[in-house]
Design a protein around this ligand. Structure first.
Ligand code: PLP
Length: 431
C-alpha cells in the first residue's frame, strides 16, 4: 500500500529554509514535473526507498553512476576495507595508477589520464588543456548538450539548465560567453560553415557522443566521424564528453561503440561507482601539457581519492566480465520495447531513443535528433506520466530532458512491473 509522502514533504519544507530550493542540484527539486521531491532513505539493488517507506524501481541511478545498482556487495565490501586505511592522503596511492590503467585499456584513445572530482571539473580542465595546447581560445559546443556548470559551458546547455528554461545563466560574463560558439547537434553542415569562418581560431569541439542531457539523443550515422574529420582538418581538438556514456553504452564508451578516436575524453559517473569522481585524458602529447608535467595548471585536494578509486575499480572490474554489456542490452531493449508498445496501445504519441543502457521516451511525434526536436515534447504530459509512475513505484527522472538508465541488477520482474505501470501511466496521460 502506498504510504503517502508526508515525511518527504516535511523534510523538503525544512530543507528549503537552509538550502537554495531545498536541493543541492536543481533537477532534484521536481520543478519541471511539479510537486515535491521524495526524500530517499536508502537503496538496494535496483530499488530505492523513500523516508515514508515507499519503494521504487530506480531508473535514475544517481543520474548514471550506479550501473551495478545500489549497494553492490562487492563495492560495499571494498569500500569498507578501504575505509579502515584512511579516507584521503593528498599523496599518491597505487590505486590511482590501477584506475588509470583500467581506463586506458578500455579507451585506447586515452594515453594518459588525470583524475578529478566531478564531470564539471573534467570538462573544464579538458578545455583548458585544449586551449593551452592549440593556443586558441574559441570552443564549439552543441545546443542541448550539458557538460557541467563551468561558465564557458553553461551556454545553450541541457539537463537542469534546459529543464529550468535558463539556458544561459546569469553570472556568466559576456566576455566568457563570446568564446563559446554553439551549433545544432547532428548538423554537420552548420558546423562546416562555422569552421570555414572561424576554424583556425577554434581550440576544440566538445560533444556528448550520445546526448543524455536533452533526453537520450543518439548521433546520426556519420555525424561523429564527420566531426572528427572536420576538427582534424582545422587543427582543432575533438573532446568527447563521455561523463555519461563512458562504461555505459559499451565498455569502451561511445567512442568504441561508434569507432571514433577523440583527442581528449572526459569521464565521470560510472568510474566512481557513486562516489564523487571525474577524469580527463587523451593523447600523450596533449596530456603532457598538464602540470606538473607541463605548464597548464590543474589540481585537486581530493583528486584520486582512495574511496572513489576503490568503488570505481570494482565497477570497472565487474563491467569487464564477458557478457555484461550483452545483458545490459537485452534488458534495455526489453524495457524500451515494452514501453513503446504501452504508449502505442494507449494511443499516446511518443518517440523513443535508446543506445545501450541509456534511453528516453519523448512525448512527441517528431523524430528527436537535436535540441529543437527534443523541445517539441509535451512536458505537461511527461509530468503527468512521471507522477503516475512514481505513485506506481517506478522512479524515472523528474524531467523530460534527462535519460533513463538500466542497471545490471534490474530483474526481468522489475522490467515487467515497469511496463505494467507504464501501461497505466500512458492511459492516465491520455485521459
Ligand atoms: N558531462 C556530462 C555529459 C554530464 O552528463 C554531466 C552531468 O550530468 C557532466 C558533464 C557534469 O558532471 P558532474 O555533475 O559530475 O559535474
Amino acid at each position: 500500500m502506498h504510504q503517502g509522502y508526508a515525511k518527504s514533504k516535511e523534510l523538503f519544507a525544512e530543507a528549503k529554509q537552509y538550502i537554495p530550493g531545498g536541493v543541492n542540484s536543481p533537477v532534484r527539486a521536481f520543478r519541471s514535473v511539479g510537486g515535491d521531491p521524495v526524500f530517499i532513505a536508502r537503496g538496494e539493488g535496483s530499488k530505492i526507498y523513500d523516508v515514508d517507506g515507499n519503494g521504487y524501481i530506480d531508473y535514475v541511478q544517481s543520474w548514471g553512476p550506479l550501473i551495478l545498482g545500489h549497494c553492490h556487495p562487492r563495492v560495499v565490501e571494498a569500500l569498507q576495507e578501504c575505509l579502515t586505511r584512511g579516507t584521503s592522503f593528498g599523496a599518491p596511492t597505487e590505486l590511482e595508477t590501477k584506475m588509470a590503467k583500467l581506463v586506458m585499456k578500455a579507451l585506447p584513445s586515452m594515453e594518459m589520464v588525470r583524475m578529478v572530482n566531478s564531470g564539471t571539473e573534467a570538462t573544464m580542465s579538458a578545455l583548458r588543456v585544449a586551449r593551452g595546447y592549440t593556443k586558441r581560445d574559441l570552443i564549439v559546443k552543441f545546443e542541448g548538450c550539458y557538460h557541467g556548470h563551468a561558465d564557458h559551458l553553461l551556454i545553450k546547455a541541457g539537463s537542469g539548465a534546459l529543464t529550468m528554461g535558463v539556458p544561459d545563466s546569469p553570472g556568466v560574463p559576456a566576455s566568457v560567453a563570446v568564446n563559446t560558439i554553439t551549433a545544432p547537434y547532428n548538423d554537420i553542415d552548420t558546423l562546416r560553415k562555422i569552421f570555414a569562418e572561424k576554424g583556425t581560431n577554434i581550440a576544440a569541439v566538445i560533444v556528448e557522443p550520445v546526448v543524455g542531457n536533452m533526453g537520450c539523443v543518439p548521433p546520426l550515422p556519420g555525424f561523429l566521424q564527420d566531426l572528427s574529420g572536420l576538427t582534424k582538418e582545422y587543427g582543432a581538438l575533438l573532446i568527447c564528453d563521455e561523463v555519461m556514456t563512458g562504461f555505459r553504452v559499451s565498455y569502451s564508451g561511445a567512442q568504441g561503440y561508434y569507432g571514433i578516436d577523440p583527442d581528449l575524453t572526459c569521464l565521470g559517473k560510472v568510474i566512481g561507482g557513486g562516489l564523487p569522481v571525474g577524469a580527463y585524458g587523451g593523447k600523450r602529447e596533449i596530456m603532457e601539457m598538464v602540470a606538473p608535467a607541463g605548464p597548464v595548471y590543474q589540481a585537486g585536494t581530493l583528486s584520486g581519492n582512495p574511496l572513489a578509486m576503490t568503488a570505481g575499480i570494482v565497477n570497472l572490474e565487474i563491467l569487464a566480465q564477458p557478457g555484461v554489456y550483452e545483458e545490459l542490452e537485452r534488458k534495455s531493449a526489453q524495457l524500451a520495447a515494452g514501453m513503446k508498445k504501452a504508449a502505442e496501445e494507449a494511443g499516446v504519441a511518443c518517440w523513443f531513443n535508446r543506445v545501450g543502457a541509456m534511453f528516453s521516451g519523448f512525448f512527441t511525434q517528431v523524430p528527436v535528433v537535436d535540441y529543437r526536436t527534443a523541445t517539441t515534447s509535451d512536458t505537461k504530459k511527461y509530468a503527468a506520466w512521471f507522477k503516475k509512475m512514481l505513485e506506481l513505484g517506478v522512479y524515472f527522472a523528474p524531467s523530460q530532458f534527462e535519460a533513463g538508465f538500466m542497471s545490471l541488477v534490474h530483474s526481468d520482474a522489475d522490467i515487467e512491473q515497469t511496463v505494467d505501470a507504464a501501461k497505466i501511466a500512458y492511459q492516465h496521460v491520455q485521459s
